[in-house]
Design a protein around this ligand. Structure first.
Ligand SMILES: [Zn+2]
Length: 400
């Protein structure tokens, strides 16, 4: 950008001083810059495409991770709920166990009490019951009765112990289950946290890639804007170059004509449709157009042009811009030049000592086309000048 501002500034300076700096160089520079810009656009576009692809891939990965995370979350919730249920069961079983223990304890105390009564205070208690039997049969009955009570207590204690063992087993089982569930839940929690980390990482990447994309897009838009500016500059420079070329051509034509008018003291004729073809002797005529007696044969003849004063070697110039259609010896005309000016007009220059142009060549008004001489039918050096319309000679006077 900076570089171009300097270029423009220089162009303005050159323009201001009227320096006809080479437009072609400027145009070449602009075109080079344009080419570089386009290469850069290609590179940035590639980077943008790559970034966009990476972003798409990252988005796909995030979607996959999200699905996985959903599964893990569901499983984690299920395990957490199951664990809560298991905890409730464990609490209930533990309470049951406490109750069973308490019952067994009570039963144990009851049994111990009876045994104590029987053996320590037995003399009064069970022994008395036995001794107070009415007869042996009664004694056996009483003995049986005591044994039954003892058995009953004993059985009850065994039952309570079995129940306690059962509930204890259940508590151990539930606790084991709880521990397994806790392990699973903690595994899922770890997985969940790992996935959360991965998702966060990918989201960071996507955010970074989005920023890169925006930056590349900005670069592209800047470069394209740059290109449009350069293209406009190229168009402007090309237009200016064409204008300068046209101006230079016009100036060179004018300079050719002006150089004769300034160096020619006799010059008093501004030129009409055509420039006087002998700038050094403008207005000096040896012979006029029309019927005359021939200077060579002395017989009457028609003179088809003006004989202009032109000493040997004098410059003969083109009367106007045009194309040389003839430049060679031609019968009585001697070394002759004919120029086609378009619009049906042509001019002829005869008797030249030498020719400076060739057929097919473009000439500008005032350009030297020949050197004066006396070739062909001529009594001395001069310029025989003809004006022709559609090939037929006319009086040149009204056109000079
Ligand atoms: Zn003549």
């Amino acid at each position: 950008m900076k570089k171009r501002i300097i270029t423009i500034a220089l162009a303005v300076v050159f323009a201001a001083f009227g320096v006809s700096t080479s437009f072609a160089d400027n145009i070449a520079d602009y075109k080079q810059e344009l080419k570089q810009n386009q290469q850069q656009i290609g590179q940035v576009q590639q980077q943008l495409d790559k970034t966009t692809n990476q972003k798409a891939t990252a988005k796909e990965e995030v979607e996959k991770l999200d699905k996985e995370l959903n599964k893990v979350n569901t499983e984690y919730e299920r395990l957490t709920k199951e664990l809560a249920d298991t905890n409730a069961q464990l609490e209930a079983a533990t309470k049951e166990l406490e109750e069973a223990k308490a019952k067994r304890e009570v039963q144990y105390e009851t049994l111990k009490e009876r045994i104590k009564v029987m053996y320590e205070e037995g003399d009064i208690g069970y022994l008395e019951v036995l001794l107070n039997a009415n007869d042996f049969s009664d004694y056996l009955n009483r003995m049986e009765y005591i044994n039954r009570i003892m058995d009953y207590d004993n059985n009850l204690l065994a039952d309570f112990q079995a129940l306690e063992q059962l509930i204890n087993d259940k508590v151990v089982e539930i606790d084991k289950c709880k521990q397994q569930l806790e392990t699973l839940a903690s595994e899922q929690a770890a997985k969940k946290s790992e996935l959360d980390g991965k998702v966060a990482e990918k989201l960071d990447l996507i955010s970074k890639l989005s920023k890169d994309e925006a930056s590349y897009n900005q670069q592209l838009s800047d470069l394209e804007e740059d290109n449009a500016q350069i293209e406009a500059l190229i168009q402007k420079a090309e237009k200016e170059a064409a204008a300068a070329k046209a101006a230079a051509q016009a100036a060179s034509a004018n300079a050719a004509a002006a150089s004769y008018s300034s160096s020619n003291k006799i010059y008093s004729y501004g030129g009409g449709r055509f420039l006087w073809p002998v700038p050094a002797y403008v207005g000096s005529i040896n012979d006029v157009y029309g019927y005359r007696s021939s200077p060579i044969s002395g017989k009457g003849e028609f003179h088809s042009g003006l004989d202009m004063k032109a000493p040997y070697g004098t410059d003969i110039v083109a009367a106007d811009n045009g194309t040389v259609i003839y430049a060679a010896p031609r019968n009585g005309y001697g070394n002759c030049v004919i120029i086609d000016h378009g619009g049906g007009f042509s001019t002829l220059y005869g008797h030249n000592s030498s020719l400076c142009v060739t057929a097919g060549q473009s000439v500008v008004r005032g350009q030297v086309i020949a050197k004066a001489g006396a070739t062909g039918y001529a009594t001395g050096p001069h310029c025989h000048f003809e004006v022709r319309i559609d090939g037929k000679y006319v009086n040149p006077n009204p056109y000079l």
